[in-house]
Design a binder for this molecule. Structure first.
Ligand SMILES: *Cc1c(COP(=O)(O)O)cnc(C)c1O
Length: 473
């Protein structure tokens, strides 16, 4: 198998041609899913003892499999949070794939880690985190949020009165329900009702309780609400809150919490402030939005997904800690064969999240950022904000349309008067099948609404209006 044969030589050309053509394609086809039965019919059994050969496998991919995957970089893909990687970031992903770099340790991947760390530093500087801040690129906001909260709980356990400060085995701490008269308090995190679903998942994985603070009509989490709910749940001694999560750009509506007041509360209550900026904190790069994030510089940890709004390919989430040492203590894996990595002061990315082996997944982002420069990143984020503001204006001006809230960032939710959920779903499906656009509805307070998430600088005002024009009575 291994070895550069004549067949590999031929396929190298074909694979690189395919990749170049896909990156160059403009417009990209929207494409869309097929049923498993259809794919079974078209693709058949691809795994065989003798192999079908690279040419056939590549043909299957390009003719059957790839068209059954929606192009997340299509300018009219405004569903969920799409992805709009730069040409250079996509091309460099090929280079990373070709380079067999182990990105988990400095010993093995120093050059890659050095470059990734400079890209992380750019984000840390945008947020105003201190010079000692640092972190790692992980798979996504989900793992970033979980990793940050695990570090936060570990720090709280070590500080907790009577804590035995376990060095390497936090599961041995006193939290949980040991036998005895009075159960230890349960660890808890505070979130807003608008916080991302991954935080419920993280709380479940960690077996901690998730306390939901109230928000006012503007849906922003405030320090006051955090103080109130912490006092309430800690009053009977059954909970101990160790972290609060502020969202810097909610996924559904793009709302940025009142981070400054939440930071005040966190510091008074001596709890960890995690800022979930997986989607929205990319707008730190945009001067017109920077003011929304006041207080973010006080985060103990912060995540931003370059695969969402910083033009990197999947999968790439930046996780930063104010004091990385706290994360290192929580996450470093220990084993005889790993000791060699832990002897010095080397920066080992694997020590800062739940992972060991890791792809140097920050490199495509680094390459693009280094090549184009940060000014063009700022301009591209601004461009998406402009188009989102156009969408908000266009919606406001159309009879029968109503904005849910004026967008802080680049997510725009709106109502179409008289439309039922069924109507939204049929409209969405029709647009997808006709390859006009991929726009899935969302739900706000139980009501189905239209939703655009604009993270692609090639999405234009005209794209928005073409889509809105299809929402006739
Ligand atoms: C998308 C998102 C996440 C989860 O990130 P993944 O990269 O999908 O794992 C977490 N928080 C917020 C606010 C998000 O928008």
């Amino acid at each position: 198998m291994h070895g550069w044969s004549a067949e590999v030589e031929r396929l190298a050309g074909d694979v690189l041609d395919y990749a170049r053509d896909r990156v160059r394609l403009d417009p990209v086809p929207l494409d869309g899913p097929r049923s498993a039965a259809e794919l079974e019919t078209s693709a058949g059994q691809t795994i065989t003892p003798g192999g079908i050969g690279g040419a056939a496998a590549l043909r299957l991919f390009s003719e059957v499999l790839a068209p059954a995957c929606i192009s997340t970089d299509h300018p009219r893909n405004l569903s969920f949070i799409p992805c709009a990687p730069t040409e250079l970031s996509m091309l460099f992903d090929l280079v990373v794939g070709a380079s067999s770099i182990y990105g988990g340790s400095w010993l093995e991947g120093a050059g890659a880690v050095f470059a990734e760390n400079q890209a992380l530093r750019w984000i840390a500087d945008l947020a105003g985190l201190p010079s000692g801040a640092g972190g790692v690129f992980v798979q996504g906001g989900t793992i970033a949020n979980l990793s940050a909260l695990v570090a936060a709980r570990d720090a709280a356990r070590r500080r907790a009165p009577g804590s035995s400060a376990p060095a390497t085995a936090p599961e041995l701490s006193s939290v949980g329900r040991p036998e005895g008269a009075r159960p230890d308090p349960r660890w808890a995190i505070v979130v807003s009702p608008e916080a991302h679903s991954s935080l419920a998942s993280a709380a479940g994985v960690m077996d901690v309780d998730r306390v939901v603070a109230e928000v006012g009509p503007d849906r922003r989490l405030t320090g006051e609400a955090v103080r109130r709910v912490v006092a309430e749940v800690e009053s009977d001694g059954r909970h101990r809150v160790f972290a609060v999560v502020a969202t810097a750009g909610t996924t559904n509506l793009g709302i940025v919490d009142d981070i400054a007041s939440v930071a005040d509360a966190a510091s008074d209550l001596e709890i960890w402030l995690h800022v979930d900026g997986a989607y929205g904190a990319a707008a730190l790069a945009a001067p017109s939005a920077r003011g929304l994030f006041e207080g973010i510089e006080r985060a103990d940890s912060l995540c931003v997904d370059p695969h969402k709004w910083l033009f990197a390919p999947f999968d790439c989430a930046a996780l930063l800690y104010r004091d990385p040492e706290l994360a290192r203590r929580a996450h470093t894996q220990h084993a005889g064969y790993l000791e060699v990595l832990q002897s010095g002061s080397d920066w080992n990315p694997s020590d800062y999240a739940i992972q060991l082996t890791r792809r140097a997944r920050g490199l495509p982002f680094w390459f693009s950022l280094a090549s184009y420069g940060t000014d063009r990143y700022a301009a591209s984020v601004e461009r998406t904000l402009e188009v989102a503001r156009h969408a908000a204006r266009s919606v406001s001006e159309r009879p029968g349309f109503e904005l849910v809230v004026w967008p802080d960032l680049s997510v725009v939710c709106f109502r179409r008067a008289g439309w039922t959920r069924q109507r939204y779903l049929e409209w969405s499906e029709r647009l997808r099948l006709e390859e006009v656009a991929f726009v899935t509805p969302s739900t706000v307070d139980g009501e189905t609404v239209g939703r655009f998430a604009v993270v692609n600088p090639t999405t234009t005002e005209a794209d928005i209006d073409v889509i809105l024009d299809t929402m006739t009575e």
